[in-house]
Design a protein. Structure first.
Length: 394
């Protein structure tokens, strides 16, 4: 019996299986507002077979957007468009739908170039604004030097996270994830490489964690307990003077105390030029395992989990509670359905597409040569018996 397709729970949220679509920026919003592209993108992923889909990094204030095309949830118009998207997306499947909240910090105001590994600064004459950060240290040479946040600015952003969480709740999302990794504002505060403050927001690990924990506290007070609440943690800066895995474990314990339900363990991107071990399949899974061993939080693993058997083994061996997939889902938006066929699990399939269901046609072996459909379902001379099958000529 597949463990990957076993039911899971995150806080008060029941999830049909352990497969999660990881948040992926689409750089397709207009003034932070979702467009038809977002509905098509998310709608497609709602039919991927994943039990949970998490929408892209969504800014809590306009200057917290990474690019002019980044999604936001800071205006009534942003909220209205997302609420409409949620209603429609939820008609497509029973997958749960979450939203990632972010502030881009010193990496704000970059060009909208999704095909590049790392963005580049947006020129002032193309609409760039002044990024903010804990300290006036730029991300890279030729990038804008951010404005150092004062106390008032810090409190404004903490409040913006709570307001955006309330908007996300009203819009109907089942889960929110705070983005605390990848070199964005919260990570800027956590890492000694980007935080050189000497007040209560910088210096010791306790002080560097303060901004994140204040945000978590403010969001916890407005986000319903029956929904799920998580945090994308930077597991390590891969730098001897940076944020380490030991720091991440202490931080995760503090997040648990603050009432969080889950963490997803990512890493890197605090600054260019840091030597990072080559990414190999499942390279960040051990970070999630560390969290399982040291906290009571639900742990999600992400990063190069592309093979069905690999994902199954991570869950079956208790290395993580959920697996989050980004590129494999873009490449194959029926990844979960193909995984189910390969691992012998029976999951819902869009009725309109039923004739293409993996176990209903010979092409299945073409799609995934390594997959072994369960013998009991590979009966090609038998018409599909599921009630929602459509007439052949429909
Ligand atoms: C197109 C694209 C956009 C991404 N946008 C986000 C994002 O909005 N928030 C985030 O935390 N990670 C983002 N990521 C990182 C992924 O969520 C994921 O952590 C990373 O791609 C590793 O997983 P994978 O090997 O399954 O792709 C993005 C990745 C891709 C490919």
């Amino acid at each position: 019996m597949s463990q990957l397709f076993g039911e899971g729970r995150i806080g008060g949220l029941q999830v049909e299986n352990r497969i999660v679509v990881s948040p992926m920026c689409q750089y397709s919003a207009v003034e932070g507002t979702a467009q038809p592209w977002h509905l098509i993108h998310i709608g497609n992923l709602m039919m991927s077979g994943a039990g949970l889909v998490i929408m892209e990094a969504t800014a809590v204030e306009d200057i917290g957007r990474g690019t002019l095309g980044c999604l936001g949830i800071y205006s009534d118009e942003n909220e209205r468009a997302l609420a409409e998207l949620v209603v429609t997306a939820k008609k497509l499947s029973t997958a749960k739908l979450g939203l990632q909240l972010t502030h881009a910090g010193r990496k704000a105001a970059t060009r909208t170039i999704p095909d590049r590994w790392r963005g580049e600064p947006l020129p002032l004459d193309e609409g760039a604004w002044k990024p903010v950060a804990p300290s006036a240290i730029c991300f890279d040479k030729h990038w804008q030097v951010p404005e150092e946040l004062d106390e008032e600015g810090i409190l404004r952003i903490i409040d913006a996270f709570a307001c955006s969480a309330q908007r996300a709740d009203r819009a109907g999302f089942d889960l929110i994830e705070i983005h605390g990794a990848h070199g964005y504002l919260i990570h800027n505060f956590l890492s000694p490489l980007s935080n050189r403050r000497s007040d209560k927001w910088g210096g010791s690990l306790e002080n560097r964690m303060r901004f994140a924990l204040e945000i978590v506290g403010a969001v916890r007070s407005v986000w319903p307990k029956e929904k799920a609440f998580g945090f994308r943690v930077n597991s390590t800066d891969w730098h001897p003077e940076g944020f380490s895995l030991d720091d991440a474990v202490i931080f995760a314990q503090a997040l648990e105390q603050a009432g969080l339900d889950y963490v997803v363990m990512s890493a890197g991107n605090i600054a260019p030029g840091i030597s990072i071990p080559p990414a190999t399949p499942g390279h960040q899974v051990p970070f999630a395992t560390s969290i399982k061993e040291n906290t009571g939080l639900t742990a999600m693993a992400v990063g190069m989990i592309g093979r069905f058997e690999q994902a199954e083994a991570i869950i079956a061996n208790d290395e993580a509670d959920f697996v989050a997939l980004a590129r494999p889902m873009l490449d194959n938006p029926r990844w979960g359905i193909h995984a189910a066929a390969a691992l012998g699990a029976d999951i819902a399939y869009p009725p309109q597409y039923m004739r293409a269901r993996p176990n209903n046609w010979l092409g299945f072996t073409y799609v995934h040569p390594e997959a072994k459909p369960p013998a009991s379902t590979l009966q090609l001379d038998r018409p599909p018996s599921v009630a929602w099958d459509r007439p052949r000529d429909a």
